[in-house]
Design a protein around this ligand. Structure first.
Ligand SMILES: Cc1ncc(COP(=O)(O)O)c(C=O)c1O
Length: 404
C-alpha cells in the first residue's frame, strides 16, 4: 500500500519528542566511564507500592474475564472517594455511577477526548483545539487526527506559564471544540488557581466547548495542593449540573510510581462520560479486573503518596542546592520537572549527554513555533527529577561544569 491512500493527517505531525531526542543524540557517545542518567522522561524511579503485587495476586482468578468499559463498582467508588477527599467535594455531588470511567493511564483518554469532542464543523467553521504552548505532545496529535485545528496558546514566563485566557479572540472561541489545559503544567510546573479555572469553566460553558483538564501531576507538589477543576466547579452556581462541559484526567503513573500499570481515569460531565463510554465500547480493550482492583487499593492509600512527596521535596532541595539559582531556576507549584533557560536547549542537551551522560529534553521539542516568532521553548531544557536524591544531586551539580 502507498502512503497516498493512508490517513495523511499522520504526516502533518512532527516526530514525537523522544524520537526527535534520539535523532539529536544519535552518534554521540557519552564520555567513557560516565553512567547514563535519564532525566528526559517523566517516569518516577521510586519503588511502586508493594500493594500492587499483593492485590494482583489476590485477584489472579479474574484474568480470564473481559473487563467492563465502566470498570467495577468498587473501582468507581475508590476513584470517587479519592476525588471527594482530595478536593473536599460536597457529599453526594460526585456520582460514581455516571461521572467516571477507567482509562489506561491518562494518555489514551486524553487522546480519545478529541474523537469525542471534535465535530465536523463548529459554527460552520473548522473546529479549533486549543492547547498551551509548550504542551504534552498527545494533545496536538489528538486534535489533528480528530480533524481539528490545533491552536497553540503561548504559556511563557510572561503569561505565568499558563495560557492567557483574556487574550483569547471571541472568533476563535466560537469555533473551539476542545481546550486542553494542563495543571500543574508539564513542563513548567505552573498551577492554575481558582480564579483562572473559574474563568476557563465560564468560557467552556459560554462557547460550549469541552474543557479537558489534565491533572496527572496533581499529587506531586511541595507545599500547597494544586487546585483542581472539580473543586472549583463544585463551588460555582451550577443549577444541578456541576461538571457541565468538563472532563478531568487523573493517573496513578506519577502519584503511585506506577507508570507501567497504565491506570488512570477520566471524570466529569455525565453527558460526556456517557458518550465516552459509547466511544470506548468500540475502541478500547478496557482495564483488566485485577488491575482495577490494584488501582482501587492505590487510590485508597495515601501513605505511599505522602512518602513520595517527601522524596520529591528532598530532590528539589538537592537540585536547588546544586543549581544555586542558575538558568532561571524556580520551584514549580507542581510536578517534578525543572524548566531551565540554558540559552540553547538543543546544544545544552547535546553537551550534557556527551560530557556528563545526562539525558534531558530540549524545550523546543515540546513547543511549536508560532508564525513570525522564534520557538519560545528553544532556550529551555526539561529535566525530570525522577531519580533518587543522590543521583539528582550528582547530575545537577554537573550542569554548571558542563554548561557554564
Ligand atoms: C502532561 C501529561 N499528561 C499525561 C501524561 C500521561 O501519563 P499516563 O498516561 O501515564 O497517565 C503525561 C505523561 O508523562 C504527561 O506529562
Amino acid at each position: 500500500m502507498t502512503t497516498a491512500s493512508a490517513n495523511d493527517r499522520l504526516d502533518r505531525l512532527t516526530d514525537y519528542p523522544f524520537t526527535r531526542l534520539a535523532t539529536l543524540l544519535s552518534g554521540i557517545t557519552p564520555r567513557a566511564n560516565v553512567e547514563p542518567t535519564v532525566m528526559s522522561i517523566g517516569e518516577p524511579q521510586h519503588q511502586p507500592p508493594a500493594l500492587i503485587d499483593e492485590v494482583l495476586r489476590a485477584n489472579a482468578h479474574l484474568w480470564g474475564k473481559y473487563p467492563p468499559v465502566a470498570g467495577t463498582p468498587d473501582w468507581r467508588a475508590a476513584a470517587a472517594d479519592w476525588l471527594n477527599r482530595r478536593y473536599a467535594l460536597p457529599a453526594g455531588l460526585f456520582d460514581p455511577e455516571t461521572s467516571v470511567l477507567p482509562a489506561a493511564g491518562t494518555r489514551e483518554a486524553l487522546f480519545q477526548t478529541a474523537l469525542l469532542a471534535v465535530p465536523e464543523r463548529k459554527n460552520g467553521q473548522v473546529p479549533a483545539v486549543l492547547m498551551p504552548n509548550p504542551f504534552y505532545a498527545v494533545y496536538e496529535g489528538a486534535g489533528l487526527l480528530a480533524g481539528g485545528e490545533p491552536v497553540f496558546l503561548p504559556a511563557t514566563r510572561e503569561t505565568g506559564f499558563l495560557p492567557d485566557l483574556d487574550a483569547l479572540d471571541p472568533e476563535l472561541l466560537a469555533r473551539t471544540a476542545l481546550f486542553y489545559l494542563c495543571t500543574p503544567a508539564n513542563p513548567q510546573g505552573a498551577a492554575a488557581d481558582a480564579a483562572y479555572l473559574t474563568r476557563a469553566i465560564a468560557l467552556a460553558r459560554q462557547y460550549d466547548f469541552v474543557l479537558a483538564v489534565d491533572e496527572c501531576y496533581a499529587e506531586i507538589y511541595l507545599d500547597t495542593p494544586p487546585t483542581g477543576v472539580l473543586e472549583v466547579a463544585a463551588g460555582l452556581d451550577h443549577g444541578g449540573q456541576p461538571w457541565a462541559n468538563l472532563l478531568v484526567f487523573h493517573s496513578l503513573s506519577k502519584r503511585s510510581n506506577a507508570a507501567g500499570l497504565r491506570s488512570g481515569f477520566v471524570a466529569g460531565d455525565p453527558t460526556l462520560i456517557a458518550r465516552f463510554s459509547r466511544l470506548r465500547s468500540y475502541s478500547n480493550a478496557g482495564t483488566p479486573l485485577p488491575l482495577l482492583a490494584a488501582s482501587a487499593a492505590l487510590w485508597r492509600d495515601e501513605a505511599h503518596v505522602l512518602e513520595n512527596r517527601a522524596a520529591y521535596r528532598a530532590k528539589f532541595a538537592a537540585a536547588e542546592e546544586a543549581l544555586q539559582g542558575r538558568y532561571g531556576y524556580y520551584r514549580p507549584a507542581g510536578g517534578f520537572f525543572l524548566w531551565l533557560d540554558v540559552g540553547d536547549g538543543e546544544e545544552a542537551t547535546r553537551r550534557l549527554w556527551a560530557e556528563g551522560g545526562i539525558r534531558v529534553l530540549p524545550g523546543a521539542y515540546l513547543t511549536r513555533s508560532l508564525p513570525g516568532e522564534p520557538n519560545a521553548g528553544a532556550p529551555y531544557i526539561r529535566v525530570a527529577l525522577v531519580h533518587d536524591t543522590e543521583t539528582i544531586a550528582r547530575a545537577c551539580s554537573a550542569f554548571p561544569r558542563i554548561l557554564g
